[in-house]
Design a protein around this ligand. Structure first.
Ligand SMILES: O=C(CO)COP(=O)(O)O
Length: 258
């Protein structure tokens, strides 16, 4: 089955209004890439509005890097689904390893965030569930166990119909921001495992879920990673802050289709 190529920029706590303009222009100038590849950008929430005035949603989609599981209320510093939707977000990242490690994203909270995002009635959010093992876990040969436990927990109450809104991103923690990329074979092995798990639980709906690889994806390694059967695109950190590099990665995802 040929799934649509998808590339998502995660700016993390980086970027500026200037960079919004630069990257938006670079992408707008490559309509032939945007015609073939779904591209989304997750800037810091305060820059969503700047993006909103630069792009049309059929060109570039917007996403939030995280969201609070509550609908509203006394949660200083947090953003609700309604707030990020109003700022143009159609995608939400959930369970990024940096949030799991440093900002209190327990399995329970991740499950609640996934459930909240999937049941939001006004916006049909796309939820990008991030999973991945630490270096220690890989060395102890626990990669599949860890990834399976993360999937089982986050998707526990998610139905087959809701899976049309889910994307899974495999991001090995040891490859994030380290310059150490998983080899295409290492990434494919885990992606195939995730695909199999999804198909077992969700049948056909599991086949259609886009699977992204993230962790030191660069213009130089994107094409070989995206050539793997179960890698449908990437979740890009550092390289998404360099417009030309990010565009080159989107082109690599486009090449995957031909
Ligand atoms: O965490 C990532 C994207 O969410 C990957 O970050 P890098 O591409 O900087 O390694």
């Amino acid at each position: 089955m040929q799934r649509q190529s998808l590339v998502i920029a995660n700016w993390k706590m980086n970027g500026s209004r200037h960079l919004v303009k630069q990257l938006a222009k670079t992408l707008r100038d490559a309509p032939e890439v945007l015609a073939d590849v779904t591209v989304a950008v997750c800037p810091p929430a305060v820059l969503l509005a700047a993006w909103q005035s630069e792009v049309f949603y059929d060109q570039v989609h917007l996403g939030a890097q995280d969201v609070n599981e509550n609908a509203a209320g006394a949660h200083t510093g947090e953003h609700s689904l309604d707030l990020v939707a109003e700022a143009g977000a159609e995608y939400v990242l959930v369970g990024h390893s940096e949030r799991r490690q440093f900002y209190g994203d327990t399995e329970q909270r991740i499950q609640a965030k996934v459930a909240a995002a999937l049941s939001a009635s006004e916006t049909k959010f796309k939820v990008v569930l991030c999973v991945g093992e630490s270096e220690q876990e890989r060395e102890a040969e626990q990669t599949m166990q860890v990834v399976q436990a993360q999937l089982e927990s986050a998707l526990q109450n998610v139905s087959s119909a809701q899976m049309a809104q889910v994307v899974v991103a495999y991001e090995p923690v040891w490859a994030i921001g380290t310059g150490k990329t998983a080899s295409p074979a290492q990434a494919q092995e885990v992606h195939a495992f995730i695909r199999q798990w999804l198909q077992q639980k969700y049948d056909v709906a599991g086949t259609s879920v886009p699977l992204l690889y993230g962790g030191s994806v660069k213009a130089e390694n994107a094409e070989t990673l995206f050539a793997e059967a179960d890698i449908d695109g990437g979740l890009i950190g550092g390289a998404s802050l360099e417009p030309e590099a990010f565009l080159a990665i989107c082109r690599a995802a486009q090449a995957r289709r031909s």
